[in-house]
Write a protein that binds this ligand. Structure first.
Ligand code: ACM
Length: 265
C-alpha cells in the first residue's frame, strides 16, 4: 500500500479556500490512502464555541468533496474536522472509503484549551481494514499517552494514522520509539505555520513524518511548507513483533504485572 501524508497550513476559518488548496495539493496522488492533519481545513486556534460552530457548517461540503475524490481515485482518506453531534463538538477524524463508507474517530485526549470548546471523544480506539492493511486512528495529543498507540497496536493496527496540530517539540522523536516498541507504522500528518486569533498566536511544528516498525523514519517533511510525502507500507514488518529470535514484544508482555495494587481486572 502506498500512503501519502499531507503537511498543510490552513488559513484560520477560511474553510472553502483551504479545501480547494488541499484538493490542488493532492490531485496527482496515485496511492491508496491519504492522511491530513487535525482540524485540517478550519484552523485550530478558536476563541469561542461560536467560531467552532461556524466552521462546522462546512463539514458536509468537505465530506462530499472528499467522498467524490475517494471514489474517483479508489483511495481512502483521513482528515481532522470539527464534528458537531447533539449540540456537542468533537475534535474528530473522518475515515472515508472509496465505497462510500465512513468511520469517525473522536479525539480521546484533549489538549489545553481544546477542553473549552470540545467534548472528550467517546468513540474509543478502533482499527479498520483497507486494501489488506489494518489502519488505526489517533489525533495529535493522543501521542502523549503510551496507551493510545499501544491499544491500537494490540488491536492489530499495521499503521496508525496520526492527524496532528503539534505545538510541543517532542512528538516526532517520540514516535520513532513508539513505532519501534509497538512494531507499527505511524504516519503523522502535521500542520505548520501560525494561527493568530484575537492577539493570541500559536505556532505549529511541521516535520510530518512516517516511521516504520523498526523505528526508521521513511518519509519526512521540513518544518514549513505544504507538501505531500509518501511511503510504502509492508505489513510483513508490522505483523512480525519479534526484535530478535527470542523476543516477541507482544508475546513477551506480562499483563499480570501491569495492574495497579488492588485493581480488580
Ligand atoms: C494538540 O493536541 N493539538 C497539541
Amino acid at each position: 500500500m502506498k500512503i501519502g501524508v499531507v503537511q498543510f497550513r490552513p488559513e484560520l476559518f477560511k474553510v472553502e479556500r483551504n479545501l480547494q488548496k488541499a484538493l490542488d495539493l493532492v490531485k496527482e496522488f496515485d496511492g491508496d490512502l491519504l492522511i491530513f492533519p487535525e482540524l485540517a481545513f478550519s484552523g485550530y486556534l478558536f476563541s469561542s464555541k461560536r467560531e467552532v460552530e461556524n466552521v462546522s457548517k462546512f463539514n458536509s461540503s468537505a465530506e462530499k468533496r472528499w467522498m467524490d475524490f475517494s471514489k474517483k481515485k479508489n483511495c481512502a482518506l483521513i482528515f481532522g474536522y470539527p464534528e458537531r453531534s447533539n449540540g456537542n463538538f468533537y475534535n474528530s477524524s473522518m475515515f472515508i472509503f472509496p465505497n462510500g463508507k465512513k468511520r469517525i474517530y473522536r479525539k480521546t485526549h484533549l489538549f489545553s484549551e481544546e477542553k473549552k470548546f470540545f467534548t472528550p471523544g467517546d468513540s474509543g480506539f478502533f482499527v479498520e481494514r483497507f486494501k489488506g492493511v489494518k489502519v488505526g486512528l489517533a489525533i495529535c495529543f493522543d501521542w502523549f499517552f503510551p496507551e493510545s498507540f499501544r491499544t491500537l497496536s494490540l488491536m492489530g493496527a499495521d499503521l496508525i494514522a496520526h492527524s496532528a496540530n503539534l505545538v510541543m517539540p517532542y512528538c516526532q522523536d517520540s514516535n520513532v520509539y513508539s513505532s519501534l516498541k509497538n512494531k507499527v507504522y505511524i504516519a503523522t500528518a502535521n500542520r505548520w505555520g501560525k494561527d493568530e486569533n484575537q492577539r493570541r498566536i500559536l505556532e505549529f511544528t511541521g516535520k510530518s513524518q512516517i516511521t516504520d516498525p523498526n523505528g526508521k523514519i521513511i518519509a519526512k517533511a521540513l518544518e514549513s511548507g505544504d507538501i505531500l510525502v509518501e511511503a510504502e507500507i509492508d505489513v510483513s514488518l508490522s505483523r512480525d513483533k519479534h526484535i530478535n529470535i527470542f523476543n516477541d514484544v507482544f508475546e513477551d508482555r506480562k499483563p499480570a504485572f501491569y495492574k495497579l495494587n488492588g485493581e480488580k481486572t
